[in-house]
Design a protein around this ligand. Structure first.
Ligand code: SF4
Length: 351
């Protein structure tokens, strides 16, 4: 063991306690190499010094020049703190939270003639975002199917639109600007193929489907499947069946996301180490505020006022999320999935 690592070990032995917390391994220039959490920080840190060569822990401690930690009141607090630190520092060794590339969102744009498309992250463009989903490839296929079935456009944002009710000084027969229009897979708002209201009726159907409130694309797909089978186009019918299965999977996911988001709206009291209890105000799966658990009548009143403020703030009831919220929502959903007994520490916002 090098003298550097031996002195890190002495430091941990002398100061770390066996209680929940987060720790950081820092490189020679104090850059954060790794962020971790544990319910027993001291034991976890000591385990790094026993790691066998070739193990990730041995690699991390081999590169560490400083070890820092902070104790938290509970495992839940450590979990949140770890996520926030990883987001802030994006440490080299934290591949788990860093790898966002496997996720994607559906974005229903807020343009005059909206589009539904897949984006890797919420990029600030206005509109509704749905997700996150795993597997951008499969999600792209589903979106293509929804666009084709509801005949929504999928061209570039700057494609010129000519709606039928737009009014033209010199009426001319327009041709759709791409094959989708010619193949009746798009209403062709670029070529006066529909009015503004007709197009927006389809956008409303797409939104209702994404919110889990409508089956319209599935119904259309099943009708086409039945027609293909009647025409003995079995290969095409099988392709449509596969598409329908993917659409159903997406709809199921949206419905369960909606239920989870609704369920994760409560005031969560977490008993803390040595009486450091904390209260988290959760709304739709993200922490909107947190503070030490109230002890005096004044603190109870202040908490109640804050809860009212958080819950009375108007919020769209869509399933849309911002990217920075998405991982926290997933983390919190996973926490209660793994610890369902913790739901007993929750109180309805008005309670
Ligand atoms: S037909 Fe026109 S509106 Fe539709 S996708 Fe093609 S270019 Fe866009």
């Amino acid at each position: 063991m090098s003298s550097r690592i031996a002195s890190l070990l002495d430091h941990v032995r002398a100061h770390a306690e066996n209680r929940p917390g987060v720790y950081r391994m820092l490189g020679p220039s104090s850059e954060v190499l790794y962020v971790g959490k544990s319910v027993r920080v001291r034991s976890r840190l000591l385990s790094y010094f026993r790691a066998e060569p070739g193990e990730k822990a041995a690699d991390i401690i081999g590169h560490a020049h400083h070890v820092e930690w902070e104790h938290t009141p509970s495992e839940f607090a450590a979990l949140l703190r770890e996520l926030r630190l990883i987001k802030q520092h994006r440490p080299l060794y934290n591949v788990e939270h860093k790898r966002d590339r496997g996720h994607c969102f559906l974005h229903l744009t807020k343009e005059a003639v909206p589009r539904l498309h897949v984006v890797g992250r919420v990029n600030g463009a206005s509109g509704d975002y749905y997700g996150p989903f795993h597997g951008p490839g499969a999600v792209s296929e589903v979106v293509r199917a929804v666009n084709d079935l509801l005949e929504l456009r999928d061209c570039a944002a700057d494609t010129p639109m000519r709606l039928a009710d737009q009014g033209q000084l010199f009426p001319v027969k327009l041709e759709p600007l791409c094959m989708r229009g010619q193949l009746s897979r798009c209403l062709s708002p670029c070529a006066a193929g529909c009015t503004h209201a007709e197009y927006h009726a389809r956008v409303t159907q797409a939104r209702a489907f994404l919110e889990g409130n409508s089956d319209a694309p599935l119904v259309l797909l099943r009708e086409r499947m039945a027609l293909a089978a009647r025409r003995l186009q079995f290969e095409y019918a099988a392709e449509l069946r596969d598409r329908a299965e993917r659409l159903e999977a997406l709809r199921g996911w949206m419905v369960s996301l909606g239920r989870t988001m609704k369920r994760l709206s409560f005031v969560y009291t977490v008993p803390g180490y040595a009486g450091e209890d904390r209260v988290y105000i959760l709304r739709r799966g993200s922490v909107r505020d947190e503070r030490p658990a109230p002890r005096t009548p004044e603190e109870h009143e202040a908490l109640a006022a804050r809860v009212r403020e958080v819950y009375e703030r108007p919020e769209p009831e869509t399933l849309g999320l911002k990217a920075h919220e998405a991982q926290e929502v997933m983390l919190i959903a996973r926490w209660f999935h793994l610890h369902p007994e913790e739901l007993e520490h929750g109180a309805a916002p008005g309670a």
